[in-house]
Structures are given as structure tokens and as C-alpha cells.
Design a protein around this ligand. Structure first.
Ligand SMILES: Nc1ncnc2c1ncn2[C@@H]1O[C@H](COP(=O)(O)OP(=O)(O)OP(=O)(O)O)[C@@H](O)[C@H]1O
Ligand SMILES: [Mg+2]
Length: 308
């Protein structure tokens, strides 16, 4: 098992349930574990029946957890830039830039990239402290896009930096300052730090090969197709997918016709999954009678015993 695990899968398949149970399994196996939730619904708090929140907290022996909030992170990030602005530009310009920044908070992609910043920060700062870091991620498409974000954002940050350098140069020339002394500009500093963080996290995840994905899926047509696609995309990044979790498996002894048919269909899809993913270990999690709650979590964690 790689140190950093992203638990992925379509909306509602059971990512949060599986991440929590897997985290408990790792902690019980003696690994110092960090569970990072990116689920905006704070479902991890619901499962453990305690508030987790924006800072890392210990929730049981060997297990710490944090719930990242994308909206909070992007607002915090923008406010930091605003704070820095006040020291360097005139009030009129501050007002104009503030308006632009406020628009940026609601612009598409800004929560996503703030979330990614927070994820990279956790990876960079915590990779040595924990044996296992488990990310309960957003539905697959978003998460995979995140992996190409360092390149995309890298280019974007480079162009922002070029623009900023030009503006600072002009400003310094107009104010008889040395136009070549740019490293004291706080905006350039933020952009530089952001770029460095992203590159560092990318090195850890991809070059040092510390990242793997585990996909959760249900035994149904669409999740199988989506998982196939995702596994192929990850292959291109050399990110392994060694395990899949098939969640909500129906009991064997179905009595009435409706459920017997359902079970028959499920068997067909389970065979399809075994064939399509012959390189992956497949963990089967039964349909539980109740929603996942703290009292069942140890029981569900047992299903992960073949993982190590
Ligand atoms: N094996 C199971 N048996 C019964 N209920 C389950 C099972 N797995 C998950 N659930 C329930 O299904 C719902 C969705 O599960 P969960 O929140 O883990 O999915 P998710 O993939 O994290 O969803 P989202 O994409 O919205 O974050 C929850 O109410 C959860 O308790
Ligand atoms: Mg979830």
C-alpha cells in the first residue's frame, strides 16, 4: 500500500463510508493514519458522530482526521491576497482589485484550486509524520482533473507572474525605484510559493510514487464503465490502482422474484468486474442494514483485512 491513498468513485457509491472504515482498519493495524475528507457535506463527522472540522484532530488511537472545506479555503486564500495588497498599492487600486478578487471567489474552478492547494499543503507537511494518509475525494472526474491541475495551474501562475512582474517594474520605474528588484513583491511571493508547493506535492505523489487510488463502485453498468476509464487515465500518470471496493453487495438468500432478479444481475456485473479488473484485488462490501455509524465502523473495517 502506498502512503497516500485517494479513495475515488462516482457520487454516492460509498467513498466516505469506505474511507472511514479503511482508515479505522489502518489505525487498528498499527499505522499512524490521517483521514482527510474533502466531502462538503461533512459526512465524516456524521459517521464518527463527532465534529471533526478544519484542523487535524485525533479521533481514536492512531487515527487523526480533518475535513477540508473548499469554500472556506478559497475565501481564506483570497483574503490573504487582499491583506497583502493593502501594503503595496494605492486605496483606489485596492478597491478595484478587491472587486476582482470577490468575483474570483465565485468563479468556476476557484474552489477546486483552493481545495487542491489545501490538499498539497497537507501532503507536503504531513507526508513524513503519518504512515498512511487517506483522502476521501470528490466524485471521480473532479479528482482526476486535479492531477492535471499542477500543469494547468503552473502555466496559469507563470502567466500571472509575468504580468505581475511587468506591472511592478513599471510601478518602480515611475517611482524612481530599482525596477529589477522584484522579489520583495508580496503577490509574486504568494504566486511563487503556490507554484513551489504544487511542484513539491507532485514530486511526492507522482515522481516518488507515493500515491495510489482505490476506487469504490457498485455492481452496476455505469460505475464499471467509469472505473475502467479512470483506471486507464491513471495508468498514463503511472498511478497504480491495486484495489477496488465493490460496495452494497446484496445478500445471497433473496426470496422474492424482484430481489432474485436483482441478485442475478448483480452476479453478472460482478463477473464483468472480475474480468475487466483482473489486475486488481477486489474487496466486496455487503449492503448494510443501517447507514454507516460509529457503532458499526469496527465491523465494516474488518472487510479491509486483505488489503495489507
Ligand atoms: N454498504 C452499504 N450499505 C448500506 N448503506 C451504505 C453502504 N455504503 C454506503 N451506504 C450509505 O449510502 C449513502 C452514501 O454513502 P457515502 O456517503 O459513503 O457515499 P459517497 O460516495 O461518499 O457520496 P458522495 O459522492 O456524495 O460524497 C450513505 O447514507 C451511506 O450510509
Ligand atoms: Mg462522500
Amino acid at each position: 500500500m502506498k502512503k497516500i491513498v485517494f479513495i475515488g468513485g462516482k457520487g454516492g457509491v460509498g467513498k466516505t463510508t469506505c474511507s472511514s472504515a479503511f482508515a479505522v482498519y489502518c489505525a487498528k493495524a498499527g499505522k499512524k493514519t490521517l483521514l482527510v475528507s474533502t466531502d462538503p457535506a461533512h459526512s465524516t463527522s456524521d459517521i464518527f458522530e463527532r465534529t471533526i472540522g478544519l484542523e487535524i484532530v485525533n479521533i481514536r488511537e492512531n487515527l487523526d482526521a480533518i475535513e477540508i472545506d473548499a469554500e472556506f479555503e478559497s475565501t481564506k486564500y483570497i483574503n490573504k491576497i487582499k491583506g497583502n495588497l493593502k501594503n503595496i498599492v494605492s486605496p483606489v487600486i485596492v478597491e478595484e482589485i478587491t472587486r476582482q478578487l470577490d468575483a474570483a471567489i465565485v468563479s468556476p474552478g476557484s474552489h477546486e484550486s483552493a481545495m487542491f492547494d489545501k490538499m498539497t499543503e497537507i501532503i507536503n507537511e504531513k507526508v513524513d509524520e503519518y504512515d498512511q494518509i487517506i483522502f476521501d475525494t470528490a466524485p471521480t472526474g473532479h479528482t482526476i482533473r486535479l492531477l492535471s491541475l499542477p500543469e494547468m495551474l503552473g502555466t496559469w501562475i507563470d502567466s500571472l507572474m509575468a504580468k505581475r512582474r511587468k506591472a511592478v517594474k513599471l510601478f518602480k520605474m515611475a517611482n524612481s525605484q530599482d525596477p529589477n528588484k522584484l522579489d520583495d513583491d508580496p503577490i509574486l511571493k504568494i504566486l511563487m510559493r503556490r507554484k513551489n508547493n504544487m511542484e513539491k506535492a507532485r514530486n511526492i505523489m507522482i515522481d516518488d510514487q507515493k500515491l495510489q487510488f482505490i476506487f469504490v463502485l457498485n455492481a452496476e453498468k455505469l460505475p464499471i464503465e467509469e472505473t475502467k476509464k479512470a483506471v486507464n487515465i491513471l495508468k498514463k500518470y503511472n498511478i497504480p490502482v491495486n484495489e477496488l471496493i465493490v460496495n452494497r453487495i446484496l445478500p445471497e438468500d433473496m426470496k422474492d422474484d424482484f430481489w432474485k432478479n436483482k441478485k442475478g444481475l448483480e452476479r453478472k456485473y460482478l463477473n464483468e468486474i472480475s474480468e475487466a479488473f483482473s489486475n486488481q484485488k477486489i474487496i466486496r462490501l455487503p449492503l448494510l442494514q443501517n447507514d454507516m455509524r460509529a457503532q458499526y465502523i469496527d465491523e465494516v473495517a474488518e472487510y479491509f483485512k486483505d488489503i495489507y
